[in-house]
Design a protein around this ligand. Structure first.
Ligand code: FA5
Length: 342
């Protein structure tokens, strides 16, 4: 029986050397040291031995058991260390590798330009006032002296909504009425930037969505010369004195008299291109003295108050400033375009 124990031990130790992972080690333990394992089987034969032989055999059995358990423990520790080392190697982070820089966002060129316009007017004492993009027909047209069926409605190709009398605003001018009604009888000097929508044939110079910056001044003794002075000061700053400008008589139902301001076309240098409709000039805004009916709709007595207003196209101004030859780039979401304006 002692021989049996010795040869079992030799076999177990040899097999243990071949064990390569913790699962195989557990199988080994069950096979040799488990309750129904090889050692237990041999020990069951102990009772059949003569009584005087039993202590010596029992002692050998205990020694074998202790050696196998020690060998098992040693192997277990070694395999666990190995497994840990393997995991470390697999998950290793090379701290010397340079990091991947995150792609930083930036403000859209339309937003940058709006902010620049706002800051120029802020220097002249104009506050910023925001008004809704979805408007009533009454605000967008009627209170601005454009009754239903008035031919001037043809000037603004409108997106109507499913809801009767509700439109996507075609210009920022309805904000004039909201601001006047909120502020009466205080004097007003504000700009109203925001998005507008037009059912437009899209081309290099016309978009169906764009931003306008409305301007409104209401007070006593406000004159056309004030309006012209403000617009010239704006253009000088916006284009840093590099572009010529001109005023041209025009018509808007909500201003009287009315005019438009053009800036020399930077894209063709005045020679004529599709952006300036081959005229050498690009229209950037409409303006005029607030019509008495509009002042009245805003709550101000036209006999005591006067005012000026203007509405400028943000994207058109950015096109002239940065020599962008197609307005469609602004909403095409092409990063190659957007990334140029950091
Ligand atoms: C108006 O929208 C008037 N509300 C402006 C105004 C305000 C006049 C206050 C008097 C007093 P107009 O439709 O011309 O006017 O648009 C004003 C400016 O917005 C244009 O000069 C142009 O710069 C820009 N704009 C208008 N429509 C488009 C478009 N489809 N695409 C690009 N820019 C446009």
């Amino acid at each position: 029986m002692q021989d049996q124990l010795k040869s079992m031990e030799a076999e177990a130790l040899a097999r243990l050397d071949a064990v390569q992972d913790l699962a195989a080690l557990e199988d080994w333990r069950t096979e040799y040291l488990g309750r129904r394992g090889r050692l237990a089987q041999i020990m069951r034969g102990l009772g059949a031995l003569p009584a005087e032989e039993r202590p010596a055999v029992g002692q050998v059995a205990n020694q074998v058991k202790a050696r196998l358990e020690a060998a098992y423990e040693e192997r277990r520790v070694a395999l666990e260390e190995e497994a840990k080392a393997r995991a470390f190697r697999a998950e290793a982070v090379d701290v010397t590798l340079p990091g991947r820089p995150p792609a930083l966002g930036r403000l859209h060129i339309a937003t940058q330009n709006l902010r620049e316009i706002s800051s120029i007017f802020a220097q002249m004492g104009f506050e910023v006032y925001e008004t809704p993009e979805v408007e009533t027909d009454e605000m967008n047209f009627q209170l601005l002296n454009i009754p239903p069926h008035h031919p001037a409605r043809d000037m603004w190709s409108t997106f109507y909504t499913d809801r009767e009398g509700v439109v996507l605003r075609t210009h920022t001018s309805p904000g004039q009425i909201r601001l006047m009604r909120e502020r009466y009888p205080a004097e007003i000097r504000a700009i109203l930037p925001g998005k507008i929508y037009r059912y437009e044939q899209v081309s290099a110079r016309y978009e169906y969505q764009l931003h306008q910056v409305e301007g409104l001044a209401v007070g006593r003794n406000i004159h056309m010369s004030d309006l012209k002075g403000v617009l010239v000061a704006f253009a000088q700053q916006m284009f840093q004195g590099t572009r010529r400008w001109r005023f041209r008589g025009s018509y808007f139902p909500f201003t009287e008299p009315s005019f438009e301001m053009d800036i020399e076309c930077v894209l063709c240098g005045g020679g004529g291109c599709r952006v300036c409709k081959y005229s050498g000039w690009v229209e950037i805004l409409g303006a005029g003295m607030v019509h008495p009916v509009v002042l009245q709709n805003g709550g101000y007595d036209p006999a005591a108050y006067s005012g000026f207003a203007f509405g400028m196209g943000n994207e058109r101004i950015a096109m002239l400033k940065y020599a962008i030859d197609d307005i469609r780039y602004f909403f095409a979401n092409d990063p190659r375009f957007l990334a140029q304006f950091g």
